[in-house]
Design a protein around this ligand. Structure first.
Ligand code: AMP
Length: 285
């Protein structure tokens, strides 16, 4: 039977028992409203470790003052059923008070280009909130492996830096983007979309597929690849572009005029009030 744990004390007791029994632990951190993207992470965590722990926590510190903290979907009962179905042993669903007991607190902040570009430009406190809460979960759960989705490509780079810089003794596993049959990347925020917005949003995956084709056919000029994606997205009248950007991995530094190595083409586009992100990695095989 999967356990649903709400307090830090109870979680620490459970983790202590796992450690004493020499069990390996896989961790999946989520904000709930679980879908097949999360499910793929939980399944991998349960298959690759003795036990799988899933956190469900809408983390207030990663939302800006005008963002959707209050309206973010909260569906704990359904989340527990999905997590259990994927093989989770524990769902940890703390209150904000448990995770942030005092207004005076310690932040974990990754600095540099990696948190300034892309989503960092319009969400200045977002990655500090993510790094801080993930560091707390790492310390509480002490996972051998922690699972994150390539859907949030910048988050993956930020957390890889944090793990390296703070010597967290764990392996970060990055899992592929799970999409709807028509290509839309699965996201808890897709539920905000009207039918018309949902249809328009297909332009994201379509434009990323097209640019992958251009790259495969030999196009390497950074400006041309960016222009192709931008122009294709602009054919959708409902799409309001936040960014269409190309950066070099792993540290999200500027790309040269001609791409080389491993690069991230990432987009953030608003459809009505809903901001969606998607990305593709361009890399010579
Ligand atoms: P969230 O609940 O949005 O914070 O996401 C929790 C984890 O699930 C993060 O590591 C995300 O990158 C991952 N995730 C969300 N959507 C997808 C998706 N469509 N495919 C793969 N992983 C995803």
């Amino acid at each position: 039977m999967m356990k649903v744990i709400k307090t830090i004390t109870a979680l620490q007791e459970e983790i202590k028992a796992y450690k004493q029994a020499n069990k390996t632990i896989g961790l999946v951190t989520t904000m709930g409203a679980l879908h097949e993207g999360h499910a793929s992470l939980i399944k991998a965590a349960s298959e690759e470790n003795d036990v799988a722990v899933v956190s469900v926590f809408v983390n207030p510190t990663q939302f800006g003052p005008t963002e959707d903290l209050d309206s973010y979907p909260r569906t704990l009962d359904a989340d527990c059923r999905l997590a259990e179905g994927m093989g989770a042993d524990v769902v940890f669903a703390p209150t904000p008070q448990e995770m942030y007991p005092s207004a005076d607190m310690t932040w974990v902040e990754v600095t540099g280009n990696i948190t300034k570009v892309l989503c960092g430009a319009t969400r200045p406190i977002h990655f500090r909130g993510v790094a801080t809460v993930v560091a707390k979960f790492f310390n509480l759960v002490q996972p051998d492996k922690a699972y994150f989705g390539q859907k949030d490509a910048q988050q993956v780079q930020v957390l890889q830096r944090m793990v390296r810089d703070l010597f967290f003794p764990l392996e970060l596993r990055v899992m592929p983007i799970i999409r709807e049959a028509d290509g839309l990347a699965k996201s808890s925020r897709n539920t905000y979309l009207s039918a018309a917005e949902r249809q328009s949003a297909l332009i994201l995956s379509q434009s990323l597929r097209a640019v992958q084709d251009s790259f495969a056919q030999g196009e390497r000029t950074t400006a041309k690849l960016l222009e192709q994606v931008t122009n294709q997205i602009k054919t959708e009248p409902m799409a309001v572009i936040d960014y269409v950007s190309l950066y070099q991995l792993p540290d999200l530094t500027e790309c040269p005029v001609q791409l080389s190595g491993r690069s991230l083409l990432a987009v953030a586009v608003k459809f009505g009030n809903t901001r969606l992100i998607d990305n593709v990695i361009l890399e010579d095989k």
